[in-house]
Design a protein around this ligand. Structure first.
Ligand code: ZN
Length: 170
């Protein structure tokens, strides 16, 4: 299966809000399969459609991170319904934000609702690492990157570094 190209910062495509999925059709199933393939190949633990050039409200992630057996989870039109507590997500990273990691303040537990790839309602309550993954991916659907949640100074330094690299490769 072909790998999808991952859109990276500072591409403005990543900063736009996404549109709700209205039809779960063959085209969407194909996109989901390619996203899962791309995520596992990267390797990554989560991927939002906006990161591969689609403005659909859709995320995939592994529900069993760190285990040998992958457990793909698909959420269409996911919404953060409730959250509780605070944790520090250490060394958070993103396939769309290359060569950078930072600590990010996140909710400790989240309740997320959406539908799966068969259109069945899904309600997930997750804590710890999966809570972070869900928040990170849902952020993508709202045009937010994890670097939008760190200090402006750190973000500026990263942006400077990336722009310098892009100039050198131009
Ligand atoms: Zn990301």
């Amino acid at each position: 299966m072909e790998l999808l190209e991952i859109v990276t910062f500072p591409d403005k495509f990543l900063m736009q809000p996404t549109r709700p999925v209205e039809n779960i059709d063959g085209e969407l199933q194909h996109l989901i399969d390619k996203m899962a393939h791309t995520m596992y190949a990267a390797p990554g633990v989560g991927l939002a459609a906006i990161q591969v050039g689609s403005d659909k409200s859709l995320i995939v992630f592994d529900g069993n991170p760190g285990e040998d057996r992958p457990a793909l989870q698909v959420l269409i039109n996911p919404k953060l319904i409730q959250y509780e507590g605070t944790i520090i997500s250490e060394n958070e990273g993103c396939l769309s934000v290359p060569e950078f990691r930072a600590d990010v303040k996140r909710h400790a537990v989240v309740l997320v609702e959406g539908v799966d790839r068969e259109g069945r309602p899904v309600r997930l309550e997750r804590g710890g690492f999966l809570s972070i993954v869900l928040q990170h991916e849902i952020d993508h659907l709202n045009g937010t990157l994890f670097i939008d949640r760190i200090s402006a100074l750190k973000r500026q330094l990263y942006k400077k570094r990336i722009l310098k690299q892009l100039r050198q490769h131009a």
